[in-house]
Design a protein around this ligand. Sequence first.
Ligand code: MN
Length: 222
Amino acid sequence: MKFELPKLLYSYDALEPFIDARTMEIHHAKHHQAYVDKLNMALEKYPELQEKSLEELLVNLDAIPQEIRTAVRNHGGGHFNHSFFWRTLCSPALSQPVASLSNPSKGGIPTGTLAEAITKTFGSFEKFKEQFTAAASGIFGSGWAWLVTENPKSEARNSKLTILTTSNQDSPISQGLKPILGLDAWEHAYYLKYQNKRPDYIAAWWNVVNWKEVEENFKGLS
Ligand code: MN
């Protein structure tokens, strides 16, 4: 079984004007496709590894033969991270709870148990947003910002939320952590529209977070 590029559940222009169609197309059809192709290439000589799921490969990188470990880490991580990222995005209208549709520039907000956990951990959604934005802005070079839980096996209401960043395509699942929300902070994710202004991209991204899906990631813990 070869790994395949997942189809997006929305069109390339669905995230306009916050993330432009051209960036989405290149990001998905070129960058993500390249991670998939290079992962498959790395696994070519290892049929027994081709039987494993992407998660199985990434949660125990030490078990991967040394010769292809870096390739699996980079391209397998790239495939996992991007597949995760696409699922947590949606059109700006769908990102908004009904109450805030009248003020779409405000960006969507989480609801339910995730909102409660964020408030409990960070004080408020606004404080979480500030901390997450600062973490993503502060990444030197290419990487990702994440909201993760440290104890994925426990019930959602007891899980501890943490913001962290990873370099390159390293994935939180390789550290035994469960990602809830992730932001691609590589220049290829924003350079066409935002050039060097990563903070503007981050501010725009909050408008297209699919909070329903993010909450599912969180609830899926229990
Ligand atoms: Mn990317």
